[in-house]
Write a protein that binds this ligand. Structure first.
Ligand SMILES: NC(=O)NCCC(=O)O
Length: 387
């Protein structure tokens, strides 16, 4: 058996080892459909992917035609990637290296007609928060409006008429140079239409992010774009069902989950959480994780008894998409950069709401009332005594 950082993907393992009716049954039960409905990818794009060492996969989610509404077909892309240079290189060189590798993948997305694209959490830097060092890592923080990442992506958004979601380390110069973990939404004409700041900050393992930024102050915004109502639940927020819920309450049709998480910690949760959110909230979800093992110049510890180390662990990629009916794509690779494209019809969100009635039956009033009580300092849990 391959070691954790070598196994390509669970999906590949299954498809290689099952066949015929067994594979069909596996697909039906696990993925929610017997076929993956792969879409063809232009030869030139496949060539680009091969030359630049990234995977590309594209899937369709065929949806029933309605009598009174036209289909709202959208191509959604997500990118997972490793860093481009070692973390002891000058910071600008590190960032530029990432820009150059990402440019190729975004161009491939553009060539394949992607309308909305989301990158991984803190995509333009190594995930250095494990170190707890302020220098040089805080210097990666940049303006959401006109920092280097936004400037770089604006041009590509305009070139391909694409909405791009760019999760970065944000520097808010107006409010005391504070730092945030932020997703910036750039529209198809290159305008920043808004941003969302990560609501839930991890305090687990080497994820020492609370040294750098606080819980976000932007609520649960849904961005009404040309290609649908989109929202972003950044990484650790995926463990919080109410965080997912609120994006749904605000009308999201697509929720991205740009992440950075490692094999030892969360891999057994990965396929569950974003998928469950799609089902519970009748919207599409896209879970995106970075790839590779990042090593830092100085040793660090995280108060968990592990010896001092320089490596974060294996970021296992495995980005995937789930539809509101719970059907999902196979994952991208655990070890390779990749572009995942899903062709979706946003009408499916309402079709599933009508079928299952999850939004109609969710009893927000009941929970609002109970939660209101639970947050009071003199709250008494509703427990019925056995005596
Ligand atoms: N980036 C981040 O929030 N990671 C936390 C670990 C996890 O949620 O799996």
């Amino acid at each position: 058996m391959a070691a954790s950082s070598e196994l390509q993907s669970l999906d590949l393992l299954i498809s290689k080892n099952l066949s015929g009716i067994e594979l069909q049954e596996y697909n039906r039960i696990h993925y929610g459909r017997t076929q993956h409905n792969e879409l063809s990818i232009k030869e030139s794009t496949q060539e680009t992917a091969k030359e630049n060492g990234f995977e590309i996969a594209s899937y369709d989610f065929p949806t029933k035609k309605e009598e009174t509404r036209s289909p709202r077909i959208v191509r959604v892309g997500v990118i997972q990637h490793s860093i481009a240079t070692s973390t002891d290189k000058p910071l600008v060189e590190q960032r530029q290296g990432i820009f150059e590798k990402i440019r190729k993948i975004i161009e491939a997305a553009g060539e394949e007609g992607v309308n909305v694209l989301c990158l991984q959490e803190a995509w333009s830097m190594p995930f250095a928060f494990c170190t707890r060092e302020k220098q040089p890592w805080c210097e990666f923080a940049e303006s959401a409006v006109n920092g280097p990442s936004t400037q770089f992506l604006k041009d590509l958004a305009i070139k391909y008429g694409m909405v791009i979601v760019s999760p970065i380390l944000e520097r808010d110069e107006i409010h005391g140079d504070t730092i945030w973990n932020t997703a910036v939404v750039i529209n198809e004409v290159g305008k920043v239409i808004g941003k969302h700041r990560k609501n839930h900050i991890p305090r687990v393992g080497d994820f020492n992010e609370s040294t750098y930024y606080f819980e976000g102050n932007t609520g649960h915004p849904v961005f009404d774009t040309k290609y649908g109502k989109i929202a972003i639940n950044i990484c650790y927020g995926r463990h919080h069902p109410l965080n997912w819920l609120m994006f749904g309450v605000n009308g999201a049709e697509i929720v991205f989950n740009p992440s950075a998480t490692v094999a030892g910690l969360s891999e057994h949760l990965w396929a569950v959480e974003a998928r469950n959110a799609a089902i519970a909230n009748s919207y599409f979800t896209f879970a995106i994780n970075r790839v590779g093992t990042e090593s830092f110049p100085n040793e660090f510890t995280s108060g968990d008894g592990k010896p001092a180390h320089k490596e974060f662990g294996h970021f296992y990629g495995s980005s995937y998409c789930t539809a509101p009916d719970g059907a999902r794509t196979p994952s991208l690779s655990r070890v390779k950069d990749g572009l995942l494209i899903s062709q979706i019809d946003l009408n499916l969100c309402r079709q599933i709401k009508d079928k299952w009635g999850f939004t109609m039956t969710q009893r927000l009033d009941l929970y609002a009332d109970s939660l209101n009580k639970a947050v009071k300092h003199d709250f008494v849990p509703q427990v019925v005594s056995n005596n």
